[in-house]
Design a binder for this molecule. Structure first.
Ligand SMILES: Cc1ncc(COP(=O)(O)O)c(C=O)c1O
Length: 397
């Protein structure tokens, strides 16, 4: 292929380790290796029956046409009610934009708000799409460390020190990927204070907020004095086990909602109409399946954390949300990138190097525990055996 060219901006876009490791794991599986998957953040449960039925019925009822670009009105109404009930946000349909998944909201927000040279503060380690999209829009990524000793929360003084005249946006994510850390309500209040008299937006990624096992968090958009400058992103992928349906939304001021709708028109036209109808059932129907899945995740969290802590050289904090364990492996003296590859190649356990979520994730491994207890036990056993061998060989050298 000759004379292929690419726009310069494509150099700035990054991939995602979860998908790269999944591809590698699939290759090994094709060669006959038994792989236990802990790399992708995806519930292993099927979408709850009532939601599936609502989606199928919507197709049969003929809801197979475009919806309004901003989102199907009865769905936006359901989201407004849900936001009041679960997030304590006063909103209405003019402030809601429905998108195919929560990820689009990251893309749209950065495209709408960031000019080249603008600074964007984001968590490190954090979801890789943040840094990738900041760079793509020409923004300057300004990482703020997420600190293990603080329960994987920010040091708020450090966060404050990173705010400058060029800061346009602060990204927060609670419960967080990749650590499962939850920002306590008082931290959210302090972040609101930090932006109160400044022209800075906050992007609040709340896609794991139904998966909290202890304590509570708070949506920064529930604070009236800053609500106009908050974009809440939420998604059905994790709470309702709907990753493949591609359904999410944002809540923001109506002026920004109009701009995001323009992006939607140019990009997707709209989110699939019958998927939005299934979303109404998810939000308005019984929530017992969400509760059941959360209960299962909590049991698995306890199992994973206990198992990881019993592996020599590993330590893992029990965090209160999402379905990720973030194990500190610094005292093994090994590089986390190398160890993640070795664990996959030699033990058949696919997991992620913490550094793929930012420099501050170096020395950690992320395991998504959205997997059966049986697989968790098997994977932990394999890692334990491997670590025993590695440590023994090192002592022998
Ligand atoms: C923190 C965070 N935000 C956003 C997303 C995007 O999810 P989706 O596009 O499936 O809604 C993910 C997915 O893993 C995530 O972990």
């Amino acid at each position: 292929m000759k004379n292929l060219f690419m726009a310069d901006r494509m150099d700035k876009l990054e991939g995602e380790a979860a998908f790269a490791v999944l591809a590698k794991a699939r290759e090994l599986e094709a060669k006959g290796m038994d792989i236990k998957h802990f790399e992708v953040g995806e519930p292993d449960f099927p979408t709850p029956m009532k939601i599936r039925e609502a989606g199928k019925k919507a197709i049969d009822d003929g809801l197979t046409f475009y919806s309004p670009a901003q989102g199907y009105m009865p769905f936006r109404e359901a989201i407004a009610d849900y936001a009041k009930q679960y997030k304590n946000i006063d909103t209405d349909t003019s402030e809601i934009v429905v998108t195919p998944g929560g990820k689009s909201m990251i893309f749209f927000t950065l495209m709408c708000l960031v000019n080249p040279g603008d600074e964007v503060i984001y968590p490190d380690p954090g979801y890789p799409a943040y840094r990738s999209m900041i760079k793509y829009t020409g923004g300057i990524p300004v990482p703020v460390n997420i600190i293990e000793e603080k329960g994987y929360s920010f040091d708020l003084d450090e966060l404050e020190s990173k705010i400058s005249d060029r800061t346009k946006l602060i990204i927060i994510n609670s419960p967080g990927n990749p650590t499962g850390g939850v920002l306590p309500p008082e931290d959210i209040d302090r972040i609101a204070e930090l932006i109160e008299n400044k022209n800075i937006y906050v992007f609040s990624d709340e896609i794991y907020d139904r998966l909290i096992y202890e304590g509570t968090t708070k949506s920064i958009a529930s604070i009236a004095s800053v609500k106009d400058r908050v974009i809440v992103a939420d998604s059905f992928s994790k709470s309702y086990a709907m990753t493949g349906w591609r359904l999410g939304y944002g809540i923001m001021n109506p002026v920004l909602a109009e701009e995001m709708t323009k992006l939607q028109i140019n990009c997707n036209s709209c989110t699939s109409t019958f998927v939005q109808v299934a979303g109404i059932e998810a939000l308005k129907g019984p929530q017992d399946e969400v509760d059941r899945m959360r209960g299962e995740f909590m049991k698995r969290r306890d199992l994973v954390v206990e198992g990881l802590n019993s592996i020599k050289g590993f330590s893992c904090m029990k965090t209160a949300g999402a379905f990720y364990a973030f194990a500190n492996i610094k005292s093994t003296g090994l590089e986390s990138s190398e160890l993640a590859s070795t664990i996959l190649e030699e033990s058949g356990v696919a997991l992620l190097d913490g550094a793929s979520f930012g420099d501050n994730g170096k020395g950690y491994l992320r395991l998504s525990y959205a997997n059966s207890e049986e697989n968790i036990m098997e994977a932990l056993n394999r890692i334990d055996l491997l670590m025993g061998r590695i440590m023994k060989n090192r002592r022998a050298v």
